[in-house]
Design a protein around this ligand. Sequence first.
Ligand SMILES: *[C@@H]1O[C@H](CO)[C@@H](O)[C@H](O)[C@H]1NC(C)=O
Ligand SMILES: *[C@@H]1O[C@H](CO)[C@@H](O)[C@H](O)[C@H]1NC(C)=O
Ligand SMILES: *[C@@H]1O[C@H](CO)[C@@H](O)[C@H](O)[C@H]1NC(C)=O
Ligand SMILES: *[C@@H]1O[C@H](CO)[C@@H](O)[C@H](O)[C@H]1NC(C)=O
Ligand SMILES: *[C@@H]1O[C@H](CO)[C@@H](O)[C@H](O)[C@H]1NC(C)=O
Ligand SMILES: *[C@@H]1O[C@H](CO)[C@@H](O)[C@H](O)[C@H]1NC(C)=O
Length: 410
Amino acid sequence: MKFLVVLVLFALLKQAGATCFAATNVPFCNGCGGGCSSGNGCLCDIDHSLLPCIPTTCDLNTNECCLAEPGYYWDSSLSCCTDVLICNPKCTRDEECVDRSGDAVCECNYKMYKGNTTEDIIPTVDCKIDTMTTSVSRCLLIYLGYDYESFHLNNDSIDCIFHYPDIQNDQRVETNQVKAQAGWCGNDATIIDSKIYFKNTLHIQHLPSQLITKNPIAYNFSCGYNLTMQTSLQFALHPLLSTTVLTPVTGGGSFSVIMAAYKEPACSTPFVDGESVDVGTYIYLGILVKDTDGTNFTLRADECFATSINDSNYSPKVQLVSGGCAVDGEVDTAVLQNGEAMEAIIRIRSFQFQDSPNNLFIFCQVSLCEKSEACKQCLNGRSLNGNSAQLGLGFPLEDNTYSSNSGYHT
Ligand SMILES: *[C@@H]1O[C@H](CO)[C@@H](O)[C@H](O)[C@H]1NC(C)=O
Ligand SMILES: *[C@@H]1O[C@H](CO)[C@@H](O)[C@H](O)[C@H]1NC(C)=O
Ligand SMILES: *[C@@H]1O[C@H](CO)[C@@H](O)[C@H](O)[C@H]1NC(C)=O
Ligand SMILES: *[C@@H]1O[C@H](CO)[C@@H](O)[C@H](O)[C@H]1NC(C)=O
Ligand SMILES: *[C@@H]1O[C@H](CO)[C@@H](O)[C@H](O)[C@H]1NC(C)=O
Ligand SMILES: *[C@@H]1O[C@H](CO)[C@@H](O)[C@H](O)[C@H]1NC(C)=O
């Protein structure tokens, strides 16, 4: 039986073409109580001096595991150090593992790009809700004489450089990240047919050389987004908004919540910071939970009220929403959507306080409502379990009732 096991083991080693380290000049870590750590390799403590050792298990999974014996590399499938050149982590499909003075390193395999021209440089574009990323093969760029360190955008300021190496499709790429936000680093933003498009240009310079035989690359890319309560805030330059974080006590992470003010019920034109509001116009308060489809919760505005200064404890105050429903009072308020989805919309007709007619502040107490609760109903004193926060917005008021009613200024 024992003979059989040895035979099988031998066959396995033979098949892999690799031989595990077997010499006796370096101790095995498991024999001397040693261990491996990043930056130090594998060491054991023999009479208070640390000596390199050879491991038979090594969580680092890099060639650092085999530093004790030059010319040996970590084979994670055999779980030992072998004399077969292995790159750890593995090279991508357009690279090859080569020996550079005993170190196993991944280098571009330019054979793969033979015959490729500048026209083959086609960055991939990935549109996420907050970011647009473009990626180009590093090896292809070097092969064609371009410098992946030179990536920049329309605005070439140092504050606008966000590129980093990545692996996509088993290929090493240089990726550039752009915020999906109007005005950010030269972004061009347009709205066409209720979609927002953000556009920028990825510029790539050639590597320094004596002869310049090619032009720098300028690749225009764009991402389109549906115009929503959330994306319209990315289109406005300085939208008026208030943010907080809600953490449901039942778990499931924490959620970023935003309250903004819009000019129409579709919530696609936000008020910008400092923009004055004519007394008597409608303000649509849009409250949303960012980047979630909300399978378990809905968003609910439990209370909303207005004051004339930026202090939610100040009085006089006017209650606008109570227990999730509009208060039937002097101020024209309507709850258009609440507790149904991850967005809530409340319409308020702007008004003035007698004591301080130039400002209006609106505060809302919001919470996540578990779908099993009666989230859409008017309900005072709902137990919020600490899962609640206040958001507030301030509006400078424009009182045009005088000028429109008097003949003095015309
Ligand atoms: C390189 O050129 C080949 C043949 O022209 C083409 O099939 C391949 O897609 C090109 N590779 C890249 C990365 O552009
Ligand atoms: C480029 O971006 C920087 C940093 O965001 C900004 O300070 C600068 O004004 C921008 N330049 C142009 C021309 O937009
Ligand atoms: C890229 O965009 C710029 C302006 O944003 C434009 O002038 C240029 O013609 C575009 N290039 C291509 C190839 O479409
Ligand atoms: C964008 O809007 C269209 C049409 O209203 C819809 O079919 C699509 O699912 C929306 N896309 C996203 C990402 O919400
Ligand atoms: C929804 O709730 C279930 C169980 O309560 C939980 O396992 C899941 O992670 C929750 N989903 C989200 C998106 O929070
Ligand atoms: C109101 O106060 C909050 C903090 O208490 C502050 O973040 C916000 O900018 C203030 N708003 C205005 C319009 O001054």
